[in-house]
Design a protein around this ligand. Structure first.
Ligand code: ZN
Length: 354
């Protein structure tokens, strides 16, 4: 398995504030780093480079995306505005919790281009599995809107590039948040299947109007909302009973995975209870499809545990392990709601926010 990396991804400086909310908070003694920060990606890299899975991995250098590539999934007006916003000497708040600054344009182009470099290797048959370890993340970025720390939709860019090459592409998103950006990019085409497994969080503002509910599912979009507290068993069942059969029924011959670790039991941005073992199983199942596969890094914000979960996912992808103990996996696996959740994901579209 190949890992794709570009140092410029570290240059996107999201600053400090009240967790994800930038700025000065007079009552807060010590501002916190924005959760989507360079240290988290360095921690992920270190875990894979120095953990016991390291001998199974080959590291490759990414590249910058071109203007033409960025506009495959975004409007030229959006890309121009994004470039301009990154051009000042100060950080700029684009929406509630999404900032850019002087180093962000290089990071954005590096994240997108490195995801494409991973695609190019898989497309050329040099490897079947390639993981783009990049930031900023992308799966909330829509055709003309930033959202939720995301600026350019790296997973959608890979999927669209593969589609143009004649591939029948499925996108599988296991970040704990709905892949609303990817849904938006492909909502007018049935050529790309988008599947998102996520917690029931609903819309969250002008830049995120999608509900993520089954009422938005269609011929080529499948939303699998899971109740708060869903853990390893719920994700295994969501994959085995709904998501993977949908990918196979679609006849996909290329897989793009939007890979987040904010579904872990300890993530401050999620309310799900996955453990490292759960991510190992997700990796096994994704690889078990046997498809040429590109994975892009999305969320995961308690960086030490997210790095352990990434390591476990990669173990599953390459078919080894368990290689690392999980010293924190003690949250009960509450599965009582999963029958109802999966029935809603596959049943008739109804508005039932219960
Ligand atoms: Zn997320």
């Amino acid at each position: 398995m190949e890992l794709y990396w570009h140092d410029a991804c570290l240059e996107h400086d999201t600053g400090t504030g009240l967790w994800e909310l930038p700025g000065d908070w007079a009552w807060l003694d010590t501002p916190e780093p924005h959760p989507e920060n360079a240290a988290r990606l360095r921690t992920f890299r270190h875990a894979l480079a120095h953990g016991p899975v390291a001998p199974h991995l080959t590291w490759r250098e990414g590249r910058f995306a071109t203007q033409e590539e960025l506009t495959r999934v975004h409007t030229p007006e959006y890309i121009a505005a994004l470039h301009k916003a990154c051009g000042g000497t100060e950080r700029v708040l684009l929406e509630t919790n999404t900032v850019v600054g002087p180093g962000s344009w290089d990071a954005i182009r590096a994240a997108a281009g490195t995801a494409l470099a991973a695609y190019e290797s898989v497309a050329a048959g040099r490897t079947r599995l390639a993981y783009a370890l990049v930031r900023p993340p992308g799966h909330h970025a829509q055709r003309s809107l930033p959202d939720g720390y995301c600026l350019v939709n790296n997973a959608a860019l890979v999927a669209e590039t593969a589609r143009r090459a004649g591939r029948r592409v499925a996108v599988l998103d296991w970040d704990v948040h709905h892949g609303n950006g990817t849904q938006d990019v492909f909502q007018d085409t049935e050529d790309v299947l988008t599947v998102s497994i996520h917690m029931r969080h609903g819309p969250w503002g002008a830049n995120h109007v999608q509900t993520g509910g089954p009422e938005e599912s269609g011929p080529a979009n499948l939303n699998v909302e899971l109740s708060l507290g869903a853990g390893d068993t719920a994700y295994r069942r969501a994959l085995d009973e709904v998501a993977l059969p949908a990918v196979e029924a679609f006849g996909a011959d290329f897989l793009v995975c939007a890979s987040g670790f904010d579904g872990s039991a300890f993530d401050p941005n999620g309310r799900h209870n996955l453990t490292a073992a759960g991510y190992r199983d997700i990796g096994r199942r994704a690889a078990g499809l046997g498809l040429p596969t590109v994975l892009t890094q999305e969320g995961g914000y308690l960086r030490g545990y997210a790095a352990l979960c990434l390591h476990a996912l990669v173990e599953g992808l390459v078919g080894v392990g368990p290689l690392l103990d999980d010293p924190l996996a003690y949250v009960p696996d509450d599965t009582q709601l999963v029958d109802r959740d999966l029935a809603r994901a596959t049943g008739p579209a109804v508005r039932d926010p219960a």
